[in-house]
Design a protein around this ligand. Structure first.
Ligand code: SAH
Length: 366
């Protein structure tokens, strides 16, 4: 059993979690993460220098611009439908979409005129930020993908899957048992379910005691939903997140507050709680819905293939040395392997038989 530091917090979320644990016993990591994510994002103001963490579109406008141009190429691959839904899952402040739409209105007005904009967002506070940052556009908000109207779709999701709840399992002498969260009267702490779980892949039966294995029903379910839309509407989806391409043991649950790591069970709802995305599981979930799979490829490689270097040169023209240095360092943070270039991966789905998509090679990238 591992413990964390005392919470000291009396927020409604803490009270609710303590009450739930008191009445029904320890809760799963999944239930804990889900409750924390809902409360955390409901606050809004979580991104950027004054928030807890920063995402690619908030680092450089080039990210949203290139995603926007990529969407135009995806639309071309779908045969340029005159009416389609441009969908973003978990749009945060709406920055990616604002940069994407500004760019495509300039270079591909027919694409822009053919699109209706849909945002999947469950935080009312972030919906309000999105409304302000995308004030020039008509927006339809959704709680999930099931309410999207009929018609072809292009879907974008950046750092959405990492926010969805995961399950964790701990290898014990009696087998793989689900990791749970309890409260000892003064602080939240991890514990382990006494009954082994029957659902662990036998590849990991020999892992040493104490090993942690993760999976995410929520990630698999939403990926399968996205892939089904791609296969049937038809549609093309772009999913970007941090994570790994081979399923393996390891504890990736992490909390970030004020841009620094924070104990995962400390002050729930005050820090962003996420987990690495298992791209092998994501690809498998998409494959199960007969979508074509493109990638995964490292974010740095993908952005360079889409012309991040050319855009850097364009943006730097006529700028002062200090402005050029800022443009350069922000784009490089997205691309460099020591920054976000390697840990972050990009994967796309399309209908079966979809032609190769921009930024992805026809063979295996990773
Ligand atoms: N894509 C944005 C924000 C990433 S943060 C960016 O790159 O800056 C995660 C986003 O997903 C937030 O907008 C959060 O409110 C949203 N989100 C998290 N869980 C969700 C869920 N279950 N349903 C809908 N939106 C969710």
């Amino acid at each position: 059993m591992t413990s964390s530091t005392p919470t000291g917090s009396t927020s409604a979320l803490v009270d609710q979690l303590i009450k739930q644990i008191g009445q029904h016993g320890a809760i799963s990591v999944t239930a804990y993460m889900d409750a924390v994510a809902e409360a955390y994002y409901a606050r809004g103001r979580v991104f950027g220098r004054d928030g807890d963490f920063i995402t690619s579109p908030e680092i450089s406008q080039v990210f949203g611009e290139l995603v926007g141009l990529w969407c135009v190429t995806a639309w071309q691959a779908l045969g340029q439908p005159r009416n389609f839904h441009l969908v973003e899952c978990g749009p945060g402040r709406g920055t990616l979409m604002a940069d994407a739409l500004r760019t495509v209105w300039d270079v591909a007005p027919v694409f822009a005129r053919s699109a209706s904009l849909h945002l999947v967002e469950r935080s009312q506070a972030l919906r309000e930020e999105q409304r302000q940052n995308l004030a020039a556009y008509d927006i339809e908000w959704h709680d999930g993908l099931s309410t999207l109207p009929d018609g072809p779709v292009i879907i974008v999701a950046n750092e959405f899957l990492d926010a969805l709840p995961i399950s964790q399992f701990v290898k014990t002498t009696s087998g793989w048992c689900e990791r749970m969260v309890t409260h000892d009267g003064s602080k939240f702490e991890f514990t382990v379910n006494s009954l082994p779980s029957a659902t662990i892949d036998e590849t990991f039966y020999d892992a040493p005691n104490g090993s942690i294995l993760e999976n995410s029903e929520a990630v698999e379910q939403v990926t399968a939903e996205i892939a089904l839309l791609c296969a049937e509407r038809p549609g093309i989806a772009l999913v970007i997140d941090y994570g790994h391409t081979v399923t393996d043991v390891g504890d990736t649950l992490q909390a970030v507050k004020n841009h620094t790591f924070h104990p995962a069970l400390d002050t729930p709802g005050d820090a962003d709680l996420t987990a690495h995305v298992d791209f092998a599981a994501v690809a498998q979930a998409a494959r199960s819905r007969s979508a074509s799979i493109h990638g995964p490829v490292e974010q740095g490689v993908w952005l360079k293939r889409l012309g991040a270097g050319v855009r850097e040169t364009q943006l730097s023209e006529g700028k002062s040395d200090s402005e050029t240095a800022v443009i350069r360092s922000s784009i490089h943070r997205l691309i460099d392997p020591e920054g976000m270039g390697s840990l972050f991966k990009v994967i796309a789905f399309g209908p079966a038989g979809c032609k190769p998509l921009s930024g992805f090679s026809t063979g295996a990238d990773l």
